[in-house]
Design a protein around this ligand. Structure first.
Ligand code: ACO
Length: 320
């Protein structure tokens, strides 16, 4: 049987850190409120001129090195992002050019915070079908660039960063299944308006706007369901999961899910305290950190999940 295996991981965080104390100076909020309601202590922010493709490139180079492959053997580059450097070319082409590996297809995927899970599923289809053996998948976001720093309901949440994986064909189990969903009826609960000059609305600049309470409620239900769907599909139980690698939107959403899975928090990879919500980058960032610090070991079962604007959401069950 042909599987998609994670051959290597990499990540990057911008140098500059924004603490809750820094945000207290911008809006009417407090360190205590932010920690209690979100679990976030600080987040990283791109330097002036630093873009999603810059972060993606570094994460990608680290993943390629970890996989131990020649970058010229890549056959597809996928970038999950809602904050590309420009409208066109896509971010994947910008990364490809700087990796110096012209020729293979390169495209972006937009599914907000679920972008990396969507990307895993797309890459898995290309690999399982036999079309490609080596795929580079990156989640990268410069979310602080579309953050309204006068809106206390969103500016405390978001951070920047990138995570990447090299995915390879293998006869050993890797991605067991992916499960994707979307429901556009919720499009107004989490959105950033058009950046196109002729469609720009001065009353509604392209900053992230979110109805936090409603998103929270939907996220807890949808993530619970999509996790059950992944386990049922593979005839597995909660006790078969070694690690939960969740999207880092809110520590309370993550704890609720861990409780449902009967997983102690020591088996949940948490990065939200130091990174905030990095949207499509959050799952691969968490994955890379836990692989590099030795918590996640080969052969262990990982459950990845994410939800974001759209709503788009999904899960992936993986043998690492
Ligand atoms: N500081 C202090 N008070 C605040 C702040 C703040 N930064 N933000 C909101 N408040 C106030 C509100 O005004 C409200 O006051 P009121 O009771 O007087 O009306 C009170 O705090 C409670 O507000 P809630 O919105 O009910 O707070 P909640 O506990 O829901 O936390 C949060 C808000 C953190 C946004 C939470 O709802 C959340 O995490 N939502 C989900 C986020 C998510 O999953 N997003 C998905 C992915 S994001 C993406 O796709 C880019």
């Amino acid at each position: 049987m042909r599987y998609t295996r994670i051959a290597g991981t990499g990540s990057y965080l911008p140098e500059h850190v924004v603490t809750n104390a820094d945000i207290e100076k911008l809006v009417d909020t407090s360190n205590e409120w932010i920690i209690e309601r979100t679990g976030i202590h600080s987040r990283h922010k791109v330097a002036p001129g630093e873009r999603s493709s810059d972060m993606a490139l570094i994460a990608a180079e680290r993943a390629i090195e970890a996989a131990g492959i020649d970058r010229h053997s890549l056959q597809l580059i996928l970038v999950a992002t809602s904050t590309p450097d420009m409208i066109l070319p896509n971010c994947a082409c910008l990364v490809q050019e700087r990796l110096g590996v012209a020729g293979m297809p390169a495209f972006d995927l937009v599914a907000a915070c679920a972008g990396f899970i969507y990307g895993l599923s797309v890459a898995d289809q290309f690999i399982r079908s036999g079309m490609y053996d080596n795929v580079l998948l990156i989640g990268t976001e410069a979310l602080t660039s579309i953050t309204d720093w006068t809106d206390r309901e969103t500016c405390v949440l978001f951070g920047d960063g990138a995570g990447a994986v090299v995915l390879q064909a293998s006869d050993q189990p890797g991605i067991l299944s992916t499960h994707l969903h979307a429901d556009g009826r919720y499009k107004d609960l989490l959105r950033a308006s058009s950046p196109l000059p002729t469609q720009a609305d001065p009353e509604d600049p392209p900053y992230v706007r979110m109805a936090g309470r409603e998103v929270f409620k939907f996220a807890v239900g949808a993530l619970g369901d999509v996790v059950d769907e992944a386990l049922a599909h593979n005839d597995l139980d909660y006790s078969d999961i070694d690690w939960l690698v969740p999207h880092q939107a809110n520590s309370r959403i993550i704890s609720a899910l861990a409780k449902k899975l009967d997983l102690p928090m020591e088996r949940v990879i948490m990065t939200i305290a130091e990174q905030g919500n990095t949207s499509a980058a959050s799952v691969p960032l968490a994955l890379d950190i836990a692989v590099r610090d030795g918590r996640i070991q080969r052969g262990e079962r990982l459950l990845l999940e994410a939800i974001g604007g759209g709503f788009c959401w999904g899960s992936a069950l993986i043998v690492y």
